[in-house]
Design a binder for this molecule. Structure first.
Ligand SMILES: C[S@@+](CC[C@H](N)C(=O)[O-])C[C@H]1O[C@@H](n2cnc3c(N)ncnc32)[C@H](O)[C@@H]1O
Length: 214
């Protein structure tokens, strides 16, 4: 995206985004929240970075008594304001970072779990992988969810929330094998992958990678 073009995500209202994701024919929030919850259980992470956190889908699954910090990163500060209000009881353990992952380089380190669901479709994949690889602690885990191509379903599901159509100008699917090759080139080891089929017929590919030992 050119320096002067505003990212369309900045123009998306939280109620439109959440309304769209929760539509029965879209139904993406609950599956993504479940995948995050499972990643939390598997990793027993103390420091978590949630990339493209939006308004905090899935954070209900975090046991704040067991973690030190959750970093929520998103380009849209309004989304993060809602996230902070929604999870205000645990705000001492949440750091919301409004940033453009393409242009900014938040100072994170020692992260046990980076969870990134449906964000790589909107950023410079290689540049963000390079940042994630630096943020992870040795043996820290990256869990990513990528949208798979589907012959009969548009990449951005049709929606009464017309504002979301703006996103098609920047959305691109990421091929899981290409993604995996880029992560492995940064020294991470693939742990596995699985495909989730949504009620809409859309499919997500979840992949996990582990940073190398010290
Ligand atoms: C499809 S949503 C992610 C879904 C979310 N993980 C969930 O479970 O509902 C993509 C998110 O990434 C954020 N985003 C898009 N481009 C970004 C960028 N360049 N830097 C940071 N966040 C970005 C958007 O604001 C949006 O909240």
């Amino acid at each position: 995206m050119s320096e002067n073009t505003a990212n369309p995500w900045l123009e998306i209202k939280a109620e439109d985004y959440e309304g769209h994701m929760a539509l029965p024919e879209v139904d993406q929030s609950a599956p993504l929240g479940r995948i995050f919850g499972e990643a939390l259980i598997r990793s027993a992470a103390k420091k978590i970075a949630l990339l493209g956190s939006a308004t905090g889908n899935g954070i209900e699954a975090v046991d704040f008594d067991k973690i030190d910090k959750l970093y929520a990163l998103d380009i849209n500060p309004d989304f993060l304001d809602i996230l902070k209000t929604r999870f205000s009881l645990n705000i001492s353990k949440i750091e919301a970072i409004a940033c453009d992952l393409d242009r900014d380089d938040p100072e994170l380190s020692g992260i046990d779990l980076v969870f990134a669901a449906l964000i790589f479709e909107y950023v410079d994949t290689e540049a963000v992988i390079e940042k994630v690889a630096r943020w992870l602690k040795p043996e820290g885990v990256l869990v990513v969810v990528l949208q798979l191509p589907c012959k009969d379903i548009p990449e951005i599901s049709p929606s009464p929330f017309k504002n979301l159509e703006k996103l098609s100008s920047i959305m691109k699917l990421v091929v899981p094998d290409d993604f995996s090759a880029m992560v492995v080139a940064r020294g991470l080891e693939p742990l596995g992958r699985r495909v989730h089929r949504l009620r809409s017929g859309k499919e997500f590919c979840e992949m996990a990678f582990r940073a190398s030992e010290p």
